[in-house]
Design a protein around this ligand. Structure first.
Ligand code: SF4
Ligand code: SF4
Ligand code: SF4
Length: 275
């Protein structure tokens, strides 16, 4: 990668987040959005810069900076439910705040630009799962991805039922749902990781958010591509990929292409710098 391109990605990402931060600050007349998106954008930029200097824990640092901020500050202290049920809740109340903005930026429209960067650099569920021992999946992929449709539907029906029954104290219920949901995600995610010897099993089979992430990331501008002239088909990239992506196929239809979390393990591993 030449020097100009080295600086382009971090700086470009920072600009994108600043545009979002300033736009939301001015349109919503709320300083929180400026601080929130500036913090997230700067954290990601720091990570990308560390990556450019080949610091091997760059991604994990961003994941902790953003994941802990969202889980502890936004989730537990500010009591904003950023889980999928929180998204439905704010969507049905017609409020373009908190979870709806978060979903629009990170999980629905953002992936058109940066794919599943959320999953690689910010998600607080994966932040914990990535500490487990199976960074490289040690078993073949299972055909149980249909479970994500069940969890997705469950989250939707749960919130619809609350509205249909005119339940009071919805904000409080959403906060409890956030805590219970996260505990469940962690328990199920850790059990599956050990069961399938794959840290990212939860992401592959259970996570309801992938219903948004996968189709949108199909069109992502930012993608890892293979320079066929340099590639010697050694297969090392596929072995380290936590998401089983067939990265040497450059087409958008490549196997598990919508699973790429842009972790760059393949790029760091390639002996020919072909990715
Ligand atoms: S797939 Fe779900 S759990 Fe996994 S990193 Fe993405 S949002 Fe988080
Ligand atoms: S690691 Fe590099 S050289 Fe080996 S198959 Fe992958 S892209 Fe090709
Ligand atoms: S190893 Fe490469 S192909 Fe696999 S998820 Fe990470 S960036 Fe994507």
């Amino acid at each position: 990668m030449n020097t100009r391109r080295k600086w382009l990605a971090p700086f470009g990402m920072w600009i994108v987040f600043e545009i979002v931060a300033v736009t939301l600050w001015l349109t919503k007349d709320n300083l929180f959005y400026l601080l929130n998106f500036s913090y997230i954008g700067t954290s990601i930029t720091v990570g990308l810069l560390l990556f450019q200097f080949n610091y091997k824990h760059a991604r994990r640092i961003v994941q902790l900076l953003v994941g802990l901020y969202m889980l502890i500050y936004l989730g537990l202290i500010c009591q904003e439910n950023m889980q999928i049920e929180g998204f439905w809740y704010y969507l049905f109340t017609g409020v373009f705040e908190a979870a709806t903005i978060h979903y629009a930026v990170a999980k629905i429209f953002g992936p058109l630009l940066f794919g599943r960067g959320w999953c690689g650099y910010a998600c607080w569920t994966a932040m914990v799962l990535d500490f487990l021992p199976y960074k490289k999946p040690q078993a073949a992929r299972k055909k149980i991805g249909f479970i994500r449709y069940i969890t997705f539907s469950f989250s939707l029906f749960f919130v619809v039922l609350l509205f249909l029954n005119h339940v009071e104290n919805m904000e409080k219920i959403m906060f409890i749902a956030f805590i219970v949901g996260n505990i469940l995600y962690y328990i199920v995610g850790i059990i599956l990781a050990f069961l399938f010897k794959d840290n990212r099993a939860f992401c592959k089979y259970i996570c309801p958010v992938t219903i948004f992430l996968k189709p949108m990331s199909y069109f992502s501008v930012v993608r890892v591509k293979c320079d066929k002239e340099k590639c010697i088909s050694c297969g090392k990239c596929k072995k380290v990929c936590p998401m089983n992506v067939d990265i040497i196929d450059n087409s958008r239809k490549r196997k598990n292409g919508t699973e790429c979390i842009l972790c760059m393990e393949c790029v760091r591993t390639c002996p020919r710098k072909a990715l």
